[in-house]
Design a binder for this molecule. Sequence first.
Ligand code: ZN
Length: 338
Amino acid sequence: MNRRQREELMRKRKIATAVILMVIIIAAAGIIWGIVALVRHSRGGSDKPQHNSQVTQTAQSGQNETQAAGSVTQTMTADTVAHTTDDVTRVTPPADMTESSEGTAVPQETASVADVPPVTSAVTASAAHSEDENTDRTFTTSKGFTGYVKDGVTYIDGYLLVNKTYSLPSTYVPQNPDVPVTASWSTTSLDKDLMDAWRTMKQDADALGLNLVLSSGYRSYSTQVTLYNRYVAQDGKAAADTYSARAGYSEHQSGLCFDLNSIEDSFQYTDEGKWVNDNAYKYGFTIRFPKGKESYTGYQYESWHLRYVGKDLAQKLYNNGDWLSLEEYFGVTSEYKD
Ligand SMILES: [Zn+2]
């Protein structure tokens, strides 16, 4: 073997060594990534139900959304089906409660960026009617909106409201579901108007090459009991209360909201998350727990949780990109009593 041949051999050996090293590094990175993903999934986080693996499958396939309900459905009893023709997103107040609004429920133009109330004014407003939030009654919010409670359900300016102050009865199910409620967990038994708006939004997103997936929708009272208790066992009550609702206090029980895609904080940075933040209002959806509004909503920012309110209110809440929460717009609180 001459010198040139030796050098050639050495060069080949170096290349082979480099290739082997690269393969080892890539494999190691893959393993670390896998472990990190596993740990994150087992921690849960946010308000998502714990069928992560199934939700992920759904997100990838973009279909067969009902599959994700499987694990929960098996352990829960099906709720009764409720059929009415009411538009639950904008319910006309009962005859005995219509004095001023006459059921027209015209949104008042009082809320704007300029007069966003300090948190303290909202707190004061709640103190005035905190004795029993679930008794049938009417009240006026600190922003001058008319609220009323009927059969344990609270409506402000005609819009159903669920938060830490205003709960739903344990028996409440979506009142105008697109598909009859037969399971404790469903991405189809949501409000009809919401589903129409969702299908349009999904279609427009598809046309832009964006993949939106409805990952979590209706959840029954009993489902929320299971979820919340799991989070409390995992992170403690105080922490759980910042990202998961107690049973009866979850908007998911109303059938008027859903969670998109990964149900993770990272959603806000995806093309889908950015588009949703900028366009959801055009379809009548609002970012229910906007960034920096924890003091109003009582919850961390959730880029993936959309509430259907119709286009008029959604446009107001969008507020030219500086999302307002329902609580600050209406002038109501979101605080547990204990
Ligand atoms: Zn949610």
